[in-house]
Design a protein around this ligand. Structure first.
Ligand code: ADP
Ligand code: MG
Length: 366
């Protein structure tokens, strides 16, 4: 192919590319721009060619762009693509994911070439999704709270009253020995149902988290695993403890609760431990077991199709808090769930959570 023909084809490719591409000199003056890039900024190609990138980047993005250009010139590695907020001519914004390279002439850097993807719509959709997810999670917690209180305040109270009434009937009237045995057995059943109702109520919303906070609630749920599944458990806390917002504490509690429930249900473990580290900027929680492990699907998103909502729910809760959740598991070698959440969810009135007087007795709806 002749050189000229090759250049024309490359120009066609550049001009018709759906992704925004532009080149600017070392001072930021745009010297080459394709239609997609110009359109995203709400300008024509001619208008875009007259300006400096500082007029199309939001202030925080300009700072990042300058930093990236500096680091590229120093041959430093940068994380790409990186996010940039573009200011449109009409004042609106677009979000680009950008990859930047240096262009050289005679071995000297002369310009920066940028290839971007307009992710404005995708980002908006993700934000909407997060918003709905947060609302759904809140609604679910509210509903659990309502049912938990209903069970505790109404159903359980009625069962207690029925037990008392039966007891006074047994004591008041004359019954044969066998009748009495039957009636006491019925009384025993009422007590059993009462205990189950209380356990459901506690499981739905342990009031300990509302009254005493995350750590006592985690002590309670870790102990419960020991009692219920006979698995040796331990809870270790390091770093300077602090309280998080009520929502953050509840979400973290739900993550650990589900991880422990999975250990009880699936792991066949003999040991499980929960480690919590309060760092300066984030809180790290790991939940380990020495159980049978499992084969992780390539994508956690596949699990809900099989009716499995636990792991994906844990990950979504971590993301709602601006954090991450990683799962490390090998068949036969146990499982570790690692959660990292930034501490900016801290309330203004950060209270010290003194471990010594919190205890971990269940204070369900007292
Ligand atoms: N700690 C664990 N040990 C072994 N297998 C686990 C563990 N946690 C999760 N799993 C596996 O991952 C699957 C998905 O878990 P999850 O999403 O919580 O759904 P569910 O608990 O309803 O099955 C489980 O069915 C189980 O096979
Ligand atoms: Mg589960």
């Amino acid at each position: 192919m002749a050189n000229n023909e090759m250049i024309n084809r490359l120009r066609d490719l550049f001009e018709s590319a759906l992704d925004p591409i532009w080149v600017h000199d070392l001072d930021g003056n745009i010297i080459l721009v394709n239609k997609a890039a110009a359109e995203c900024t709400g300008r024509t190609i001619e208008e875009t060619l007259k300006i400096n990138v500082k007029y199309i980047l939001a202030p925080e993005s300009l700072k990042l762009a300058q930093d990236i250009r500096y680091r590229l010139l120093q041959y430093e590695a940068i994380d790409t693509p990186y996010e940039q907020k573009i200011v449109r001519k009409d004042g609106g914004h677009a979000i680009f994911m950008v990859r930047t390279n240096i262009l050289y002439s005679d071995g000297k850097p002369v310009a920066f070439q940028n290839i971007a993807r307009d992710v404005t719509e995708t980002k908006r959709m993700m934000e909407n999704l997060h918003y709905y997810l947060r609302q759904i999670t809140r609604a679910q917690e509210d509903e659990r709270n309502r049912i938990s209180h209903e069970l505790h305040d109404s159903t359980a109270q009625k069962l207690i009253a029925s037990g008392h009434r039966l007891e006074s009937i047994i004591n008041k009237y004359k019954f044969s020995r066998q009748e009495k045995t039957e009636l006491w057995s019925l009384h025993g059943q009422i007590r059993e149902i009462l205990n189950e109702v209380r356990a459901y109520s506690r499981e739905l919303r342990p009031s300990i988290i509302d009254h005493l906070g995350l750590i006592p609630a985690l002590e309670w749920v870790t102990d419960a695993l020991k009692t219920e599944y006979k698995i040796e458990t331990s809870l270790k806390i390091s770093g300077e403890r602090c309280r998080l917002t009520q929502e953050a504490e509840l979400l973290l509690f739900r993550i650990v609760q589900e991880a422990l429930r999975n250990i009880g249900k699936h792991a066949h473990a003999t040991f499980a431990d929960v480690n919590i580290t309060f760092g300066e900027k984030d809180i790290n929680i790991t939940i380990n077991d020495n159980g049978k492990g499992f084969n992780m699907p390539d994508n956690l998103g596949e699990l809900p199709y099989g009716g499995k909502l636990g792991l994906i729910g844990m990950q979504e809760r971590a993301q709602l808090l601006g954090g991450t959740l990683n799962i490390y598991t090998t068949p036969g070698r146990g499982t570790t769930i690692a959660v990292k959440v930034p501490l900016y969810t801290l309330p203004d009135d950060k209270r010290d959570n003194d471990s010594d007087d919190t205890g971990h007795q269940d204070s369900q709806h007292k």
